[in-house]
Design a protein around this ligand. Structure first.
Ligand SMILES: [Fe+2]
Length: 313
């Protein structure tokens, strides 16, 4: 049996991806350690759910199952209804989520306009409390988070405040959700400062712990320590280029519009900026709009009218 079972998400970016089964959902991963099965991210939509349940049949001897989520976003947590199926198939099932994600998940479930069947499984959640947060020293790199049996749930905020990198030391595998995903953060709740810190820590962890499997949310898994390090370094560099591109655009100004920033980025020939514009997803506001807004907010700018920001010191 494969060390890690990969269940690919269906990755067709679509403006209304939550309204069709055949759309944008995250990857899932299954890892067996002894008699314990870890499932990373449930994804969303019945097509993905079918694939996930099929993969689970390969682990029918597991005695204990942990469903874990890298972060609360819908495309990673929307198939919580599989918990009912897991309860039928396995003697012991746990669903562990950081408490800090609870409010966002509850609010989402109360106001969701998703057309696909969504269940974040909140009734079954075992909340990981802030008071129970632990400190870990992994090869000299400090992390905080939780340990759930053999899995380290390491806080790596940036894409979202609750983002975890799920580290299975015995398998030399890490699942960072959407932490490693250019252009990032692509949501207003993200933080570029935190993201860069988290990426640096993740890369250091891969290096010192000899991690050889990187299972991200929206791209194919990467195998081999050096390949992972190169991939993260390349990503880190692109994020820095985007950041310094924006710093140049706003230098000396105290009033800018997001559209002006985008226009200036379009003038650049830098491959990282060209890539950012090429992959910019057609949501409204787009990923780049959101990135620019997070950038301005973190640099002390305030939105004074729609799309226009002022530097207020
Ligand atoms: Fe996400």
């Amino acid at each position: 049996m494969a060390k890690i079972e990969f269940v690919p998400g269906i990755q067709t970016p679509n403006v209304n991806w939550w309204q069709t089964e055949n759309s944008w959902c995250s990857n899932s991963y299954l890892v067996l350690q002894g008699h314990t099965l870890y499932i990373v991210d449930s994804g969303i939509g019945s097509l993905h759910r079918t694939g996930l349940l099929k993969a689970i049949t390969k682990f029918r001897d597991a005695q204990r199952v942990y469903l874990l989520s890298t972060h609360w976003h819908l495309d990673h947590t929307g198939n919580g209804m599989i918990l009912g199926e897991l309860d039928l198939r396995f003697p012991e099932v746990h669903y562990c989520i950081p408490e800090m994600a609870k409010e966002d998940m509850q609010r989402f479930m109360e106001s969701s306009d998703a057309s696909v069947d969504v269940d974040m499984g909140l009734g079954r959640a075992e909340w990981l409390g802030e008071a129970d947060r632990e400190e870990f020293d992994l090869g000299g790199i400090p992390f905080t988070g939780w340990k759930v049996e053999g899995a380290y749930l390491l806080s790596t905020p940036g894409h979202s405040p609750d983002s975890l990198s799920i580290y299975l030391k015995g398998e030399k595998a890490v699942f960072p959700g959407d932490l490693v995903w250019y252009v990032n953060p692509n949501q207003m709740e993200g933080s570029i400062d935190s993201l860069l810190q988290s990426i640096a820590k993740l890369k250091a962890l891969v290096t010192v712990e000899g991690i050889d499997y990187l299972g991200g949310g929206h791209f194919l898994p990467i195998e081999g320590k050096q390949k992972i390090i190169d991939y993260i370094s390349d990503y880190e560099e692109k994020e820095r280029v985007l950041l310094s591109g924006l710093e140049e655009v706003v230098a000396g100004k105290d009033r800018v519009s997001v559209d002006h920033c985008l226009g200036r980025l379009r003038e650049s020939d830098h491959p990282a900026l060209k890539e950012a514009l090429r992959i910019n997803f057609p949501y409204s506001p787009s990923y780049l709009h959101r990135f620019i807004r997070v950038f301005l907010r973190e640099k002390g700018w305030h939105e004074v009218e729609k799309g226009t920001w002022r530097l207020i010191i």
